[in-house]
Design a protein around this ligand. Structure first.
Ligand code: SF4
Length: 378
């Protein structure tokens, strides 16, 4: 049984506050109205919106009741991901990054990160952390090669947008805007690309976007397009690994995975060797023999389709916000397959498990480019 801590929330109705404080389990079948005036929300994050789409009740537990997992004292994947993320950020702060000695930089920086973290300090001799330096060198070597083989210029790092930030918030409704922090924004002429360092499942499908499970890449794209006046050319995850995994068939495990514009000139800006090799070592894209982009993947999109997806991600975010502000929090998890649904790894499973018969799963149907975006000329 997971233990939860409870943080007061000023908008909780007395009845819900009583249920939580007396450790009663909420009935997941119940549609809970927290307060018809739950409208003090002024900013929301992409991950909060994605959580609402996964399951509104999960959003309620996490963002309204603020029930949090106790912090584990063990080294977890999240810790490793955070260390490598921090390392990449520090690498881009270095003006001498094109020439610095990668081994020495990784060794020194990883030790500094560990020494400055109370929890990590206790694990300084843990083999996972010791082996991490080798992984760190592989990541930084890849980043250096990625930049050397691209015309896109790494320009902004950990760039926050929102109220009181240098980039403005993305206004969703009259009262609520989107806030966030983009790991990396690269610029090439009138275009930009977004790169999000991602541990865990570093992929996004059109179905996940359609059902709101993965909105971040496009919501961030819209926010940065508004802030910079440039066009989104692609929006990607860069998988952050936590062990020295072997890549299949000598594939580069750090290849960018995401959605991008169907434009072979931009493809050459992503990877200056793609016209020769027909397949990129740095981005999950390939060319046909005639030099045009292979469209086998649903992730190759026309500029009009990119625009539609940017607008779609905003529109469904507004729908979710309207429901959140009305206090609609049903136990309605997304069901992606017979073996995987939003409950599978949900930290609140123990609260809901006694009421599993009352949970109303939302089935996910197959989504492809035609069924989602249709004919762009329509
Ligand atoms: S266990 Fe399932 S129903 Fe309960 S909050 Fe999590 S996702 Fe929702």
């Amino acid at each position: 049984m997971i233990e939860y801590t409870y943080t007061n929330h000023i908008k909780l109705s007395d009845s819900i506050r009583n249920i939580v404080e007396s450790n009663k389990i909420l009935s997941p079948s119940k549609e809970i109205c927290v307060s018809s005036t739950y409208t003090q929300l002024s900013e929301i994050s992409a991950s909060a919106l994605e959580t609402y789409f996964q399951c509104p009740l999960k959003y309620f537990f996490n963002y309204v009741l603020k029930l949090k997992d106790p912090i584990s004292s063990d080294i977890e994947m999240l810790d490793i991901g955070n260390i490598l993320h921090d390392l990449a950020y520090k690498y881009y702060l270095r003006k001498d990054r094109l020439t610095l000695d990668i081994h020495s930089f990784c060794h020194t920086t990883i030790h500094q990160i560990i020494e400055n973290d109370e929890k990590l300090q206790q694990h300084i001799n843990n083999p996972i952390l010791i082996n991490l330096i080798a992984e760190a060198e592989r990541l930084i070597t890849h980043l250096r090669n990625l930049d050397a083989n691209s015309k896109f210029m790494p320009t902004y790092f950990e760039k926050a947008f929102g109220s009181n930030r240098s980039f403005p918030a993305l206004q969703l409704t009259d009262n609520v805007s989107l806030k966030g922090k983009v790991d990396r924004i690269d610029i090439f002429e009138d275009y930009f690309r977004i790169i999000d360092y991602k541990s865990g499942n570093a992929d996004a499908t059109l179905a996940e976007l359609y059902y709101g499970k993965k909105l971040q890449l496009f919501l961030y794209g819209l926010a940065i397009a508004n802030a910079t006046g440039k066009k989104l050319s692609g929006t990607f995850y860069l998988p952050i690994k936590n062990v020295l995994e072997k890549a299949d068939n000598n594939e580069n495990i750090y290849k960018l995975i995401g959605f991008y514009t169907d434009d072979s000139d931009l493809a050459s800006a992503y990877d200056i060797n793609i016209q020769t090799n027909l397949k990129s070592d740095y981005v999950n894209m390939s060319l046909k023999k005639d030099g045009t982009l292979s469209k086998k993947s649903d992730k190759v999109l026309s500029p009009a389709e990119i625009d539609r997806l940017l607008q779609y991600s905003k529109n469904i975010s507004i729908q979710a916000l309207n429901e959140i502000c009305l206090g609609i929090f049903k136990a309605s998890p997304l069901k992606f397959s017979n073996i995987q649904n939003a409950c599978t790894y949900c930290p609140y499973l123990s609260l809901c498990s006694k009421h599993s018969n009352d949970i109303c799963f939302r089935d996910v149907r197959k989504v492809n480019k035609d069924s989602f975006l249709g004919d762009e000329n329509e």
